[in-house]
Design a protein around this ligand. Structure first.
Ligand SMILES: NC(=O)c1ccc[n+]([C@@H]2O[C@H](COP(=O)([O-])OP(=O)(O)OC[C@H]3O[C@@H](n4cnc5c(N)ncnc54)[C@H](OP(=O)(O)O)[C@@H]3O)[C@@H](O)[C@H]2O)c1
Length: 240
């Protein structure tokens, strides 16, 4: 039977390409994002296998209700991909910008994770995929709230993986750590290297999801960077 996957943040970049590749594999795909017009375009492109609802993960109660409506419409959920994230936000002050990143990447993530976790617990199985980043592995002076928000979600997922390992329910927690990947988020940004093609990164990510991996590094060469970063002493990281 076709798998049912819901992608939170499917309106561009990695999430949009994941929706496309999953439909190509005959998954039933639920896509969300704030931009309804992008979801409508995707529906036209992807057809009957694609379901959607507009959603803002910072509007917690509404987003949870919308998630459950989408699950009902699709007749269930086997996998949820928590992909929604921002690295910048136009705001009147640095504090307001940083708060917004935390609202989306941390609070929005935790709320959706919790809802999916309870759903899978009742169901007895499921997979939660969180899209973190290589940036989770070190504090970045150019992206303090972003890198620390990703560190939060990776640590959070590790803690939940420990929990699920000791539970009777069969719940997998997959931490995806992309390096640089082409998307709206990276468009026009300076100082990037090894920028992966979106379709290649997503193909690798989907393979790891299907193999129920705990960690997924995409594109693959970023596994090497992750390994190097883990070996690098803090006094070196502090000077980056
Ligand atoms: N591209 C990279 O190099 C890279 C590297 C490491 C990690 N990542 C992570 O990968 C994920 C996807 O990013 P991307 O590169 O594909 O960027 P993107 O093209 O900007 O996509 C971000 C997605 O998040 C959704 N989103 C943002 N704010 C939201 C909100 N408040 N409520 C609901 N959805 C929201 C966007 O939808 P709407 O705008 O329609 O709401 C969009 O679908 C992010 O978590 C990002 O941090 C990306």
């Amino acid at each position: 039977m076709s798998k049912k996957i819901i992608i939170i943040g499917a309106t561009s970049g990695i999430g949009e390409e994941l929706a496309r590749q999953c439909v190509n594999k005959e998954y039933h795909v639920g896509g969300t994002g704030r931009r309804l017009e992008k979801l409508e375009q995707l529906k036209k492109e992807l057809g009957n296998y694609f379901y959607y609802t507009a959603m803002d993960v910072t509007d917690h109660a509404k987003a949870k209700a919308q998630l459950h409506n989408l699950i009902d419409e699709m007749g269930g959920m086997d996998i949820i991909v928590l992909n929604a994230g921002i690295s910048n936000y136009p705001a009147s002050s640095i504090t307001a910008m940083e708060q917004k990143i935390i609202d989306v990447n941390v609070s929005g993530f935790v709320q959706m994770f919790g809802e999916a976790f309870q759903y899978f617990r009742k169901q007895g199985y499921g997979q939660i995929v969180g899209v973190s980043s290589i940036a989770s592995l070190f504090g970045s002076s150019r992206a303090a709230p972003y890198s620390s928000s990703k560190a939060f979600i990776s640590t959070y997922m590790q803690a939940y993986r420990q929990r699920t390992n000791n539970m009777k329910e069969d719940i997998t927690v997959t931490d995806v750590k992309p390096g640089f990947v082409k998307s709206e988020m990276t468009e026009g940004k300076k100082g990037m290297f090894w920028v992966g093609e979106t379709d290649k990164a997503v193909k690798q990510m989907l393979k790891d999801i299907e193999n129920k991996k705990s960690y997924s590094y995409v594109t693959r060469r970023w596994r090497f960077v992750a390994w190097l970063l883990k070996l690098t002493p803090n006094w070196v990281l502090d000077r980056l």
